[in-house]
Write a protein that binds this ligand. Structure first.
Ligand SMILES: C[S@@+](CC[C@H](N)C(=O)[O-])C[C@H]1O[C@@H](n2cnc3c(N)ncnc32)[C@H](O)[C@@H]1O
Length: 373
């Protein structure tokens, strides 16, 4: 499956480069089909990836191959337990599931190291379950203060990418949503030291270098492409938040247009700089008032606002359709990263298990890797 995932991604590099596919769609003859999708078909696709039967054959084969690559085993569900102080129900469900599968690995370890432990909820859970030494590592001073105040385990404030993980043979490195480069650092350091690993990764684009070199094959992926592996899928089943997010995106596109008309070229995303992102969930009037106010610009007229909103709706409808094939590759990319790490460990004598750890409503970043030397 690793080779199939790598091939799928490699063959669609051109499609991955731009959010709306760029020329790659026209080259494949998919643009006309996508732009002609009616609203109901688009909704079905965005919500449940249900492709109509009349999709072009080459697009269908991309969809089928992507689905095949993403068929992974699931870890058995964990029974729910009580919320501890400071935890959300979703974080608790993640901890229940992860602690259950990694406990056997942690139990035999010389020392358990929770990498990027945040508030330390998982560290505390493990400390309560096993007798051996356990430490949570975190670089954010505020999170560390909070983790220490909650107690229940030892914590150390350290940037592990600058200072290393300090793993030794027999240690067990664990990371729940160990973001970006942390996941690779855990896998590579554990393999060098002979430590075991339990990892749920996220945000692969968060790294210092502009690209990621595969650990097990020669596929190198730039940061922009890696960001696709973190495509938010959490609100897909929740209609209210999906609607809200689509509306917010339209308003941001309208604001972007209005600002470009006033100040010239502007990177998309810059329209909201300095503002809380939630403000895009208010009306366009409020959003524009805040963004123009922050820049000291006179407000646009009502006619300008209405024109911008109308154009933004059209632009958004087009972008939603054209970005569908690229979005199809989001999960395969995530699966590729999982299997690439698994292969690296297997080649170094590890017994590796991987699969889906919890439902996507709990967190869309739900792929776990367990490796024992
Ligand atoms: C997505 S959060 C997950 C936090 C926690 N494990 C949880 O599941 O709630 C990732 C954490 O890793 C920490 N982190 C990122 N890079 C780090 C580094 N180089 N060294 C130590 N901690 C790091 C971040 O500050 C953040 O708290």
């Amino acid at each position: 499956v690793l080779e199939r995932a790598a091939r799928l991604i490699g063959e669609h590099r051109d499609l991955l480069r731009e959010r709306t596919g760029g020329d790659a769609l026209a080259v494949r003859g998919w643009d006309g089909y996508l732009l002609a999708l009616d609203d109901a078909a688009l909704e079905g696709l965005e919500r449940d990836a249900k492709w109509p039967r009349d999709a072009p054959a080459s697009l269908r084969s991309l969809i089928d191959e992507a689905a095949a690559v993403c068929e992974l085993p699931s870890f058995p569900a964990a029974p729910p337990s009580r919320l501890a102080i400071g935890e959300t129900p979703r974080k608790r469900a993640q901890i229940d599931a992860f602690a259950r599968v990694l406990e056997p690995l942690a139990r035999g370890a010389r020392r358990v190291v929770d990498v990027g432990c945040g508030h330390g909820h998982l560290t505390r859970e493990l400390a309560a379950r096993i007798d051996g030494p356990i430490v949570g590592l975190e670089r954010d001073a505020d999170l560390m203060t909070r983790a220490r105040a909650l107690g229940g385990a030892s914590f150390a404030e350290v940037d592990v990418l600058c200072h290393g993980l300090g793993l030794e043979r027999g240690d067990c490195a664990i990371g729940l949503h160990a973001c970006g480069e942390l996941g690779d650092a855990m896998v590579e350091s554990a393999a060098r030291a002979g430590a075991s690993v339990a990892l749920v990764g996220c945000c692969p684009q968060k790294r210092r270098s502009p690209s990621r070199r595969s650990l097990s094959c020669d596929l190198e992926l730039p940061r922009e492409v890696l960001g696709l592996g973190n495509l938010a899928a959490g609100d897909q089943g929740v209609e209210a938040s999906r609607r809200e997010n689509l509306g917010a995106r339209e308003r941001r596109l309208a604001l972007h247009r209005l600002l470009v008309a006033r100040v010239g070229a502007l990177r998309f995303g810059a329209e909201i700089e300095g503002l809380n992102r939630r403000v895009a969930h208010a009306s366009l009037d409020v959003l524009v008032e805040r963004a123009f106010g922050r820049r000291g610009l006179a407000l646009p007229t009502r006619v300008e606002l209405e024109d911008a909103m109308r154009a933004a709706r059209l632009e958004h409808a087009r972008a939603r359709r054209l970005s569908l094939p690229r979005a199809t590759l989001a999960r395969p990319l995530e699966v590729f990263l999982l299997l690439d790490r698994a292969r690296h460990l297997e080649e170094r004598g590890y017994a590796v298990e991987y699969g889906v750890l919890f439902p996507r409503e709990v967190s869309a970043r739900n792929l776990a890797l367990l490796a024992r030397k």
